[in-house]
Structures are given as C-alpha cells and as structure tokens.
Design a protein. Structure first.
Ligand code: HEM
Length: 342
C-alpha cells in the first residue's frame, strides 16, 4: 500500500473513532455486558485468573444424590422430577469466587449446583447460592460492578473511590454481601440454606402457571461456627466434613418453593419475595456419595440454569438467560487449560 493511502486509511479510522466517541459522549465505549467473552474476561481481570478452574465457584467437590418429589409439587407442576420416584442427581458443592484456595472458614458464599437426570433424557440444572439474593439485577450492573472493582495495576487493589461511586449509585448490589456478613461461618456444606434467587414458573396439568422462588433447607437445621470455632477449623475442612456427614447419612435438603403473589417482583434476583409467602415442600434431596478426590461427574458440567424440564419455566429475570453463555465460555477455557477444582 502506498504511504499516502496508508495515511488516508489511518485518518479515516481515527475519524470514525472520534465520531463514535462524539456519539457516545465517552472516551472509552462501555464494554458490552451481552458479550459472554467480555464478561468472562472481566471476571478474570477483577477476581483473578486461575487456569483450569471455574471462573466462579472454583473450589468445589462432586457428589451424587437422589431426589423424590411430593404430591404437593405434582399439584403445581407436571415436571417428571416430581413424579415421586427417586431421581438421580449429580451434585457440586463449592465455595464462592474464582480462587481455588479460598478459605472455608470465612463468612462467604457457598454454592449447591445440581443436575437432575430425568426420564426420557430430560435434565434440570440449577446453581444455588447461600444467600436469598444475588449481587446484581442485570448483566450491565454485574459488568459495571466488576469494572469498578478491577484492581489498579499500580496499587494491585481496587480504587475505593470508584467502588464507592458504584455502590452509592447501586445500593441493592450490597445486599448479598450483607447477608453473608450477618450470618455465622457455615459449619458444613450440609448445614446452610441455598437459594435459587431467580423466580421460575411451575406449570400444572391444567396449564396454570405459579411463579415462585426456591430454597434448599438442610433437614438437620442450620449450623454455624463462632468466630473462635471458625479460626480453629482452619482454611480447609469443608470437603472432609461433607464426606463424613454423608457417610453418616446426615446430608439432606428440603426443596421448598415460596409462592409469589400477584404484584410481587419476580424479575429481579436482588429482591426476595416478601416475608411470609406460602411455602410448599416440593421434595427431598439426599446426598448419598461424595468424591474422594477432585474428580467426578460434576467436573465437566457447567451448571447452566436455563436447562429445565417440561413443567418448569424461566421468569423474565434478565440475569437468568445471561448466565448461559458465560458459563459455556468458562467451561471451554477451563477444559482447554486442564479442568481442575481443588
Ligand atoms: C450474568 C450473570 C452471571 C454470570 C456472568 C456468571 C458467571 C459465572 C461463571 C463464569 C461461572 C463458572 C461456570 C463454569 O465454569 O462452569 C459461574 C458459576 C456459578 N454461578 Fe454464576 N454468573 C452469573 C449469575 C449468577 C447468579 C444470579 C447466581 C445465583 C444463583 C449464580 C450462581 C453461580 C453458581 C452457584 C456457580 C457455581 C456452579 C458450579 O458449581 O459450577 N451465578 N457463574
């Protein structure tokens, strides 16, 4: 290419950039929150990149279990999962965040991810967390929160001014962390509540759709550690604790659905249903075996919550479909890097 042509191309490129900046009014166009690669890149930039591990919920363990649905559940949904026969479930318990060495003895997130393997090749997949709400209402808000918390290359920590500006403008994003701070350190993966946080619709034989939000509640009750007990337990006790409790037959959860009423907000994962909504027991999940090591059937699953059986439907919560593609991107990256979880 002649020099004069090169200059012309360079000037044209610059002019189109200038014109884009003029149109958006910002020097750096916002990173798209709908681009799953950009979202996973931002997780890595803000929370760290740990090759081979899930970009969220990195430290985890596989287990298996079975689920039996109740007659009340059959009244709400035709889904085969509720028929009353035991359904096999692939389970993954994990500690929140991208760090595979995240300590077990802090007031942070625990996760319960499930894949129900149903008759006729159907599946139901979900990833539940130990808080009644999530920390973002929309993918845009999640992306902006991650950008605000990205460590400054010079100081290696987030700029408190940017973080404050973000949280002042988005106060609901603090509710999830406040929940963890208000609770004791969970004594076990088997002794804490796990919420679905999104609303889902349950469709029965007459075609009626009931929206609700679910909670997995430990049959043996909640059990937390005092600060001294947590310190004494150290940073790695959850996996051995789980193996022991499951050997003793002590890990089971009631799958309870809180029923939404007309006017309740059901499209926002930062807003729980109002207190006192009717709760229906939909079934019992029993954990029957835990992996002895870091392997197991959960390792290569990305728990995409958009996989539902006939009789269960997504709500209009924008965070729900937005999870599917980033989970697939994260899976692709960690498989290429050599999948690990401990
Ligand atoms: C657009 C919103 C979200 C994005 C981009 C996102 C991103 C991710 C990514 C990349 C993973 C790792 C996937 C893998 O490698 O298999 C993950 C795992 C997980 N996420 Fe999210 N997440 C979002 C929303 C949520 C919400 C609302 C919840 C609340 C229930 C949630 C709960 C979980 C859980 C429990 C896991 C771990 C599942 C497992 O054991 O593999 N996420 N998330």
């Amino acid at each position: 290419m002649k020099t004069s042509t090169l200059i012309a191309v360079a000037v044209a490129t610059l002019m189109s950039t200038v014109s884009a900046i003029a149109q958006t009014g910002t020097a750096a166009p916002a990173v798209s929150a709908n681009d799953p690669r950009a979202m996973v890149n931002q997780f890595e930039a803000t929370t760290g990149k740990f090759e081979g591990y899930r970009r969220s919920g990195a430290k985890g363990i596989c287990a298996t279990g079975e689920f039996v649905g109740t007659a009340d559940a059959r009244g709400l949904s035709i889904a085969s999962v509720f028929r009353g026969q035991a359904v096999p479930v692939v389970v993954r318990f994990s500690v929140g965040g991208s760090n595979p060495k995240a300590p077990d003895n802090t007031k942070s997130q625990r996760n319960l991810a499930l894949q129900f393997n149903l008759p006729a090749g159907e599946q139901w997949i979900m990833g539940n967390i130990s808080a009644p709400v999530f920390g973002s209402a929309t993918p845009r808000q999640l992306m902006d929160g991650l950008i605000a918390r990205q460590p400054d290359p010079a100081t290696k920590v987030a700029d408190p001014v940017k973080v404050k500006a973000f949280t002042d403008a988005n106060p609901e994003t603090l509710l999830q962390a406040r929940h963890y701070a208000s609770q004791p350190v969970p004594a076990s993966f088997g002794s804490v509540n796990y919420w679905g946080v999104h609303a889902f619709g349950f469709v029965n034989a007459s075609g009626a759709k009931q929206f609700g939000k679910w909670i997995f509640e430990p049959v043996g009750g909640l059990q937390g550690l005092s600060d001294d007990e947590a310190k004494a337990k150290g940073a790695t006790f959850l996996f051995d604790d789980l193996r022991q409790r499951v050997k003793d037959g002590k890990v089971a959860f009631n799958f309870n659905l809180e029923l939404a009423q007309a006017g309740d907000k059901i499209d926002n994962a930062t807003v729980p249903l109002p207190e006192g909504r009717k709760k229906v027991n939909m079934g019992l999940l029993k954990i029957t075996a835990v992996s002895e090591d870091s392997s197991g059937p959960c390792l290569t699953i990305n728990f995409n919550p958009m996989v539902m059986p006939k009789g269960v439907e997504a709500s209009a919560d924008p965070m729900l479909p937005a999870r599917a593609a980033p989970y697939a991107i994260s899976l692709g990256r960690r498989l290429v890097e050599g999948a690990k979880q401990q």
